[in-house]
Write a protein that binds this ligand. Structure first.
Ligand code: EPU
Length: 303
């Protein structure tokens, strides 16, 4: 969608918002799939309510993009604009063992920064791509830990009320790859309480997790991480593997040979290729195991 309303276009620079016209979403998602639209880069969190109000008054639909690492986006010109927070400087501020982290901060860099200041706990998240805000929304986890366990306060923009609010951890439910945040809540910042640990010990944990990840997951390939959630007590990857579906392709979308719950864009996969592959695999798993695989990847349809 291209913005053309002159009043809106004139107001954006006053709010310190940068407009990237016709931004390619395939270049902004780890799957390398997605059409194009205008992208509004928000430089100051405080302006978000005003930006959203402007869009709502003009009847323009919008979606909020984090790091794009767990996202499947429709092809072609999509009928909504995309908002994204610009990175802040500094991204992390420490107060004792509390890390105040900007939602747009890179997750891996945040884990490393905290480690260098002798704050651990998040070793398992090293190698998980994306932003801290995205990790929080999904309650990202790996190797026995989930980020929600460390969140003490979350500052967010609540589109339903138009307010920026701060929630305490008691007000938020963090579950397996799911949280009680509303779909249109926009994460702005988080206060993480991290266990103090010597850097050398944290580094040791990071190395072990890195090694496990390298040996079991296709890194440096175009993917969205695991495509399905694990059903309770089972592993989606193992079930797909047992069915011999590694390497299965629909167009340029393929089940990884390394980890069967990673679906790759091996060339110029379209969104339909990926949806086709997801549908086929889900059907085969349902038929063989009676298990209903739920998407872990977030899908943004063109509607
Ligand atoms: N397995 C196979 N074949 C495969 C893949 C896995 O047989 O192709 C087997 C493994 O040998 C193992 C079991 O399935 O016995 C579980 O595999 P793994 O340890 O790789 O864990 P997972 O359940 O597939 C989960 C998370 C990952 C996270 C890892 C490590 C989900 C959906 N996936 O994978 O998270 O990195 O554990 O903690 O919860 C993600 O969320 O995107 C993600 C990649």
């Amino acid at each position: 969608m291209r913005l053309s309303d002159p009043k809106l276009l004139a107001a954006l620079p006053e709010l310190d918002v940068e407009r990237i016209a016709g931004a390619s979403l395939s270049e902004r998602t780890s799957l390398g799939i997605g059409g194009s639209t205008d992208l509004l880069l928000i430089r100051r969190h405080a302006t978000l309510p005003a930006v959203v109000t402007l869009l709502q008054e003009a009847g323009i639909a919008f979606r909020f993009l984090g790091g794009g690492s767990n996202l499947l986006v429709s092809d072609g010109e999509v009928p909504w604009v995309v908002l994204q927070l610009a990175r802040q400087d500094p991204e992390v501020r420490l107060e004792g063992n509390m890390a105040n982290v900007d939602a747009a901060a890179d997750l891996g860099r945040t884990v490393t920064f905290c480690a260098k200041h002798d704050l651990g706990g998040m070793e398992g998240l090293i190698g998980v791509p994306g932003t801290v805000g995205g990790a929080l929304r999904m309650n990202a986890g790996a190797y026995g830990m989930q980020i929600g366990a460390y969140a003490r306060e979350v500052e967010l923009y609540r589109a339903a009320s138009g307010q920026i609010v701060t929630l305490k951890n008691d007000d938020i439910r963090f579950e397996y790859r799911h949280t009680s945040f509303a779909p249109n809540d926009i994460m702005l910042a988080v206060k993480l309480e991290l266990p103090p640990k010597p850097y050398r010990e944290i580094l040791q944990g990071i190395r072990i997790c890195n090694e496990k990840r390298r040996s079991s997951q296709p890194l440096n390939r175009k993917s969205a991480g695991c495509i399905f959630k694990n059903p309770p007590g089972a592993s989606a990857g193992r079930m797909i593997d047992e069915l011999g579906l590694k390497g299965l392709r629909v167009g340029d979308a393929a089940v990884s040979d390394r980890h069967a719950n990673f679906f790759l864009n091996v060339g110029n996969a379209t969104c339909d290729d990926m949806l086709g592959l997801i549908g086929q695999v889900r059907e085969r798993v349902r038929a063989a195991f009676g298990a209903e695989l739920e998407n872990e990847v977030i899908f943004w349809p063109a509607e």
